[in-house]
Ligand binder design. Structure first.
Ligand code: NAD
Length: 335
């Protein structure tokens, strides 16, 4: 089944539609011709990253079951991108808040089952993987089976792993067609770039721009900079969401780039984009997550003959340009 076979009149529901990935998903659904889209978020619409007048933009708290029932009423497909989350600085210091997102997915699943929704997508995370497999910067890319035996990221990762299982059992016991992707560090324009919830790519772009504009020419890096990651550009993430949602594979799949980079390497990429070199200092007691992590894409390639392809250099250029614009816009506003 391919999403292009769907009727443009099908009602598409995006939970977390005011967020980074949810906003891009709404934009992509519009671009595919869907005429009935409902986006829901707890934030006031003025704080959404992308707002479209032809979309039903609703503000409600999806931790509540009645709100979830209203949200999915009449829906053909539900995409759950809603969660209380952020970068390492947020998730390491707000474990209980992260775990409370379990209410969102649980209540959305119950409502979707009762509303006879035909597809339910859940956004899981690479944070479900066993921490013991991520001790070294010299990583062995993570395969889907490496989530078990379970020892995920405390708080946030446990919630994701539990919610994945909830999706599995709603499929097995109630016949709800659930699909799950494990995102690996998604980045791009129209996302959080300051305020404490931002992730490494956006934080580094902002710090480099700040250094360049202030003439300070110094940057503080969290950890020793040798920790390794892969980063997935938002367009690849959105394409993967559609493949997984409408595909036949019912198991959770990695949705991530496998271009491995150290945080120092990422800083060098952004310096090259900005055309400057900065003096680096290292904040060794800052939250930095696991030492190394990469995505093994064997499974998604075998299922969909596809994997993310945007290079980090290209994706970071587009992200930098957007953050630069935001930064300058803010700087030009009266204090
Ligand atoms: P985001 O914070 O930009 O978006 C999440 C949205 O959910 C926010 O707009 C927030 O206001 C909303 N939300 C929170 N609580 C809510 C509630 N009770 N009711 C309604 N809305 C609520 O984050 P994102 O980067 O767009 O992430 C989307 C999903 O993908 C999340 O589930 C996240 O855990 C997952 N994920 C993201 C990444 C990444 O790198 N961005 C990596 C792994 C997993």
């Amino acid at each position: 089944m391919n999403n292009r076979e769907h009727d443009p009149q099908d009602l598409m529901v995006v939970a977390g539609g005011g967020g980074f990935i949810g906003g891009h998903l709404v934009a992509a659904l519009r671009a595919q011709g869907y005429q009935r889209i409902r986006a829901i978020d707890i934030k006031p619409v003025s704080e959404w990253y992308q707002v479209f007048d032809d979309v039903a933009n609703c503000v409600s708290d999806l931790c509540e079951l009645p709100a979830c029932r209203d949200a999915v009423d009449g829906a053909t497909a539900v995409f759950n991108l809603a969660a209380d989350m952020g970068g390492m600085g947020f998730i390491e210091n707000n474990k209980a808040l992260c775990m409370l997102s379990v209410l969102i997915n649980t209540h959305l699943l119950m409502a979707a089952r009762d509303a006879k929704v035909t597809r339910f997508f859940y956004a899981s995370s690479a944070c479900v993987y066993n921490a013991e497999k991520q001790i070294s910067e010299q990583v062995t890319p993570l395969k889907e089976e490496d989530a078990y035996p379970a020892m995920p990221e405390d708080g946030y990762g446990w919630e994701k792993l539990f919610s994945e299982r909830m999706c599995r059992h709603f499929r097995e016991d109630f016949g709800l067609a659930t699909r799950v992707a494990r995102f690996h560090n998604v980045y791009g324009p129209h996302g959080t770039w300051d305020g404490g919830r931002e992730k490494a790519p956006a934080a580094i772009c902002r710090k480099v721009i700040q250094a360049k504009e202030s003439g300070g020419l110094a940057i503080e890096i969290w950890g020793n900079g040798e920790q390794t990651r892969s980063f997935t550009y938002i367009d690849d993430c959105i394409e993967g969401i559609f493949k997984i949602t409408y595909g036949d594979c019912v198991e959770p799949l990695n949705l991530g780039s496998n271009e491995l980079v150290s945080i120092n390497g990422l800083v060098s990429i952004v310096e090259a984009i900005a055309g400057i070199e900065l003096e680096r200092s290292y904040k060794l007691d800052a939250p930095k997550g696991v030492n190394g992590r990469n995505s093994d894409n064997t499974f998604i390639r075998s299922q969909y003959d596809w994997e993310p392809t945007t290079t980090l250099r290209d994706g970071m250029q587009r992200t930098y340009d957007w953050i630069y614009q935001q930064f300058m816009q803010r700087a030009s506003q009266p204090a």
